[in-house]
Write a protein that binds this ligand. Structure first.
Ligand code: SAM
Ligand code: SF4
Length: 453
């Protein structure tokens, strides 16, 4: 989501005549796009702001803006920071160019957050939709440096109505709104025309996508089918799915039925303990979750599934944690994202439950769960040895020590399979943004290594 917002804002500013620079020292304007999901992310922003304050001492004309979820959450408190000139919440980004110009010309601080974010007006929704359709397409100085080559993200839904008890998203991103299917498909066609090979449809509960138009209600499976018909698009992904029955089988059947829909499902479970799942306000039990995983595997046999977990949620006992270990063992994930519970102000968990799992125990559970997953990932990766896989090449491998020219004089490239496995191999840089076939010669838990076929 954040990468997409960064790309939209960059495109809008480019169109207004600004140029992007990688160096803060050269910049007249610095915008920080922020996330509020965990406290750690906010701490990092505050530390960046401390650094920018020093730079501003010698360059007082430099404009600093904070955009995104942290801006919406903290509003005027953030504007009090000496370094900050603009505070702009996610629903206000369509006006970002005006705010930047105002701050540069009038030297005035600007606060643009939405007072009642859960009651987004029709006008605001239209402004967001307009901004999205104009600046997410290549015609308008579209800025794609945040995605891999040949890829783009397309928002299917905004906001969230689920109110998981730990989560800040519904409070900073507003209510769930599905975008019109024709706007989404139009965007995908333009992206395909500009050489994009893979689109990822985004939503906090993207499987719940629903758009009523006349007699028909469009669901995610319809979007996947319509996107599959777009010439030039090779692969379509979607994230994140909520473990519910909502259109579950339809989506998996669309996956099984179309070679373009990637066999990959990001299905966060968060916990394996029913008691904790209830306290999290997730609306399923561990066995219902595993039943969905089983059904996904029976409809799409070679599907790769990724999970998210929170360890150390209030009240999580050793027994609850063992239930999570058990679920991870049974689910057979390709990989898992594991987070230590971080209390977020104003969420139900923060207001009603005590953050009573000591940080040392959170750390230990995090490490233990990662180790359990690593063993599973390692076994699944090993199955790829000797196989040929098709990848979309994202560009140069980012690890500098791996990025040396190989014996054939080619640099090390990074690609991804349809099932989201990272593949590192030597090849010409001109392959970036293209599909390639790689023979796997070595594996590690999270990366496959191979030779261009
Ligand atoms: N919408 C997705 C879902 O329902 O799972 C995920 C959205 S959230 C931005 C991404 C992940 O951050 C979640 O899956 C969860 O594991 C983690 N997360 C959210 N709030 C958290 C918190 N307060 N502390 C720790 N992790 C959190
Ligand atoms: Fe947060 Fe839950 Fe919504 Fe995901 S579904 S964004 S975890 S409230």
């Amino acid at each position: 989501m954040n990468k997409l917002d960064t790309a939209l804002v960059s495109s809008a500013l480019k169109e207004a005549g600004f140029e992007l620079t990688n160096s803060v020292k050269e910049a007249d304007v610095v915008l920080i796009n922020t996330c509020s999901v965990r406290e750690h992310a906010e701490q990092r922003v505050l530390s960046h702001l401390g650094h920018l304050k020093h730079i501003k001492e010698s360059r007082p004309d430099m404009v600093v803006g904070v955009i995104g979820c942290m801006a919406q959450r903290l509003g005027d408190k953030l504007l009090e920071h000496e370094a900050v000139d603009i505070v702009c919440g996610p629903a206000q980004i369509p006006k970002i160019t005006d705010f930047v110009l105002q701050a540069l010309q009038e030297k005035k601080k600007c606060l643009a957050v939405t007072k009642k974010i859960r009651e987004t007006s029709e006008i605001q929704a239209q402004a967001l939709e307009g901004f999205e359709s104009v600046y997410s397409s290549p015609a308008s100085g579209w800025e794609n440096r945040n995605f891999g080559m040949g890829q783009a993200y397309v928002r299917a839904m905004r906001g969230c109505n689920n109110f998981c008890s730990y989560c800040i998203v519904p409070y900073v991103r507003g209510p769930e709104v599905s975008r019109p299917p024709e706007a989404i498909i139009e965007q995908i066609k333009k992206l395909a025309g500009a050489g994009v090979k893979q689109v990822t449809l985004l939503g906090q509960r993207v499987n719940a996508y629903k758009y009523k138009s006349g007699e028909k209600t469009y669901c995610l499976a319809d979007l996947l089918e319509m996107a599959s018909d777009v010439e030039g698009i090779g692969w379509i992904r979607f994230v994140t799915s909520y473990p519910s029955e909502e259109f579950f089988d339809e989506i998996l059947r669309a996956m099984a039925g179309s070679p373009k829909v990637c066999n990959y499902l990001h299905l966060p479970a968060q916990s394996g303990s029913d008691k904790i799942l209830r306290a999290m306000n997730r609306h399923y039990t561990a066995s219902q979750y595993l039943e969905l995983v089983g059904r996904a595997r029976s409809i799409v046999p070679d599907i790769a599934i990724a999970g998210d977990f929170i360890v150390g949620f209030p009240g999580e006992t050793e027994e609850d944690f063992q239930a999570t270990v058990d679920l991870v063992t049974k689910a057979g994930y390709k990989n898992c994202f594991i987070f230590k519970y971080s209390p977020r102000p104003d969420t139900t968990a923060d207001k009603r439950l005590q953050d009573n799992v000591p940080v040392e125990i959170k750390k230990r559970r995090n490490t233990e769960l990662l180790a359990v997953q690593e063993k599973i990932s390692s076994e699944l990766s090993r199955d790829f040895l000797g196989r040929q896989v098709r990848v979309l090449v994202e560009g140069l491998s980012k690890k500098p020590h791996l990025n040396k020219a190989g014996s054939d004089g080619n640099p090390q490239l990074l690609g991804r399979t349809a099932t989201d496995y990272i593949v590192v191999f030597n090849g010409p840089e001109s392959l970036a943004g293209e599909f390639a076939t790689v023979k796997i010669t070595k594996t590690s838990p999270l990366t496959l290594f191979g030779e261009l076929f």
